[in-house]
Write a protein that binds this ligand. Sequence first.
Ligand SMILES: C[S@@+](CC[C@H](N)C(=O)[O-])C[C@H]1O[C@@H](n2cnc3c(N)ncnc32)[C@H](O)[C@@H]1O
Length: 273
Amino acid sequence: MVARDPHRFVNELDQVAIDRLIARLEGRAKNAVFTRLFDKYAEHLAAGESTRVLEVGCGTGATLRALASRRDFSGKAVGVDQSPHFVAAAQKFAGEENLAGRVEFRVGDAHRLDFPDASFDVVFAHTLISHVTDPVEVLREMVRVVRPGGTIAVFDGDYASMTYASPDHELGQRMDAALVTASFNNPRIMRDLPRLMPELGLKLKAAWGDAVVEIGSGSYFRSFVETYAPYIKQAGLAPADLVDTWLAAQLQSMDDGTFFASCTYYTYLTRRE
Ligand SMILES: C[S@@+](CC[C@H](N)C(=O)[O-])C[C@H]1O[C@@H](n2cnc3c(N)ncnc32)[C@H](O)[C@@H]1O
């Protein structure tokens, strides 16, 4: 067996797994860690009257709906995702939130966007690029569909930095590597962006990193590990009983106040030359 990033291969998952990912994406968007990170760059996406915004890899639309709900957003937002199930969920949630006139969701592949050149003022990818088959191809498409002078924003985790503490350091290292390999196709891609961006015709306007750290208790990292640890077993990256014991110890440490986990996230704001 080999690792199959569940978001990359979402169209091969069964309904139970898809429903779990929908719940994870919606739950994550309500977590204070997540909203803090998005709010730090959302104003750069919302700027300007009638801005045309595209989110590539929008999932259930949680991030795009957060953008469209902002007071400073007066544009039109379009989301594209490869999963028809996620797109249907996104349409349903947008209707429930009375956002249907301001957001639109479509099924599509980030490697071959179905939009003419220069269709948007702003194109962004929020925790997409770590999952795709070919990140450079996706970035190239994002550049193609944004107008010259427009904004491209890329936000994602540097998942190679993700770590859950374990009293057995060797086991901890092994499980960190297994969890990251099972969950992300490109865990180091955010380190490559400063090198790739000039080659793609993008000028860096601003970039920053945020350490997401939970010490004592865990909510953000709880949801993450509960959702993705089963994929370690599926990929055969560690024996099932070892994964179960390690996961139980993580959850126990959250309950008894001794938990530690961290990961660095990066935001890049760029301008198409
Ligand atoms: C972690 S989710 C992020 C969803 C959303 N951006 C958010 O912030 O809630 C990653 C998303 O990327 C989508 N995805 C992965 N590869 C894709 C591709 N080649 N084309 C379009 N969407 C893709 C998955 O279907 C999934 O919805």
